[in-house]
Design a protein around this ligand. Structure first.
Ligand code: SAM
Length: 235
């Protein structure tokens, strides 16, 4: 296993010590990757986000058959043709939201529930919408079992947002849209931030950071090329 460092070999695979150690190595990889920005603006990942990445047990969100690779810095299948995102991308998207403990966040695409757990460590309340029923059910149960009382998961089309709880301080879309969903822009608070991969479903999209200023004006910044599964639904 090329990712594991020698000390990892001294822990018992499957033990909590082993997961904690491999999780720390994953965080080191995230830091290294955040420095390799090439032509893109450097986006350092804050100590606060890194400590959350070092805490949330990603191995609990992975399918049984691939648990051994839970802390590799790569996306993994979660069933139903969907994936849990690469840890670096989870950290980067979380960082871009610049959350604090009073904030309310909307996540579109609950998937495994891992990103929801990371957000719940940073924000006051997380509303997460998933369109595939077995994924929504599994994530809601697991997040409850792990004690995340500040996450609410709903089965539905998240491209329409969640109007009952809008406006949101942060919105994160974890599937690729072929255009910016207007309901999500409308549900962002003045001063709020949204991160969303946009650009069609042909494997490469652009990760976009949207900020809404106090006058309701929208500002858009291209962050990085990314590759996400498609955002479905009727937006
Ligand atoms: N955040 C997830 C995690 O941590 O595991 C990863 C999500 S996966 C890359 C994208 C998810 O978006 C899939 O579970 C997919 O079913 C969901 N999705 C796609 N279109 C959606 C929509 N319109 N509303 C809600 N969820 C949607």
């Amino acid at each position: 296993m090329e990712f594991l460092k020698p000390q990892a070999a001294k822990t018992n695979p499957g033990s909590e010590d082993h997961y904690a150690l491999t999780r720390r190595h994953m965080v080191e990889e995230i830091v290294a990757m955040s420095r390799e920005t090439g032509a893109y603006k450097p986006r350092p990942i804050s100590a606060k986000v890194l400590s959350v990445m070092a805490k949330v047990p990603r191995h609990r969100f992975i399918q049984e058959g691939s648990v051994y690779s839970a802390y590799y810095n790569r996306p993994l299948p979660i069933g139903h043709g969907q994936t849990i995102s690469q840890p670096y991308i989870v950290a980067l998207m979380t960082e871009l939201l610049a959350l604090d403990k009073q904030d309310t966040v909307l996540e579109v695409g609950t998937g495994s529930g891992y990103q929801s757990a990371v957000l719940a460590e940073m924000a006051g309340k997380v509303y997460s919408v998933e369109i595939i029923e077995p994924l929504a059910v599994r994530a809601a149960k697991l997040l409850g079992d792990l004690g995340y009382a500040n996450i609410q998961v709903k089965l539905g089309d998240g491209s329409k947002g969640w109007p009952e709880y809008a406006p949101f301080d942060g919105i994160i879309v974890t599937a690729a849209a072929d255009h910016m969903p207007q309901p999500l822009v409308d549900q962002l608070k003045p001063g709020g931030r949204m991160v969303i991969p946009v650009g069609g479903w042909s494997y490469i999209q652009e990760l976009i950071l949207i900020t809404k200023d106090q006058d309701g004006m929208i500002h858009q910044e291209n962050v990085l090329p990314v590759s996400f599964v498609p955002l479905t639904g009727g937006y």
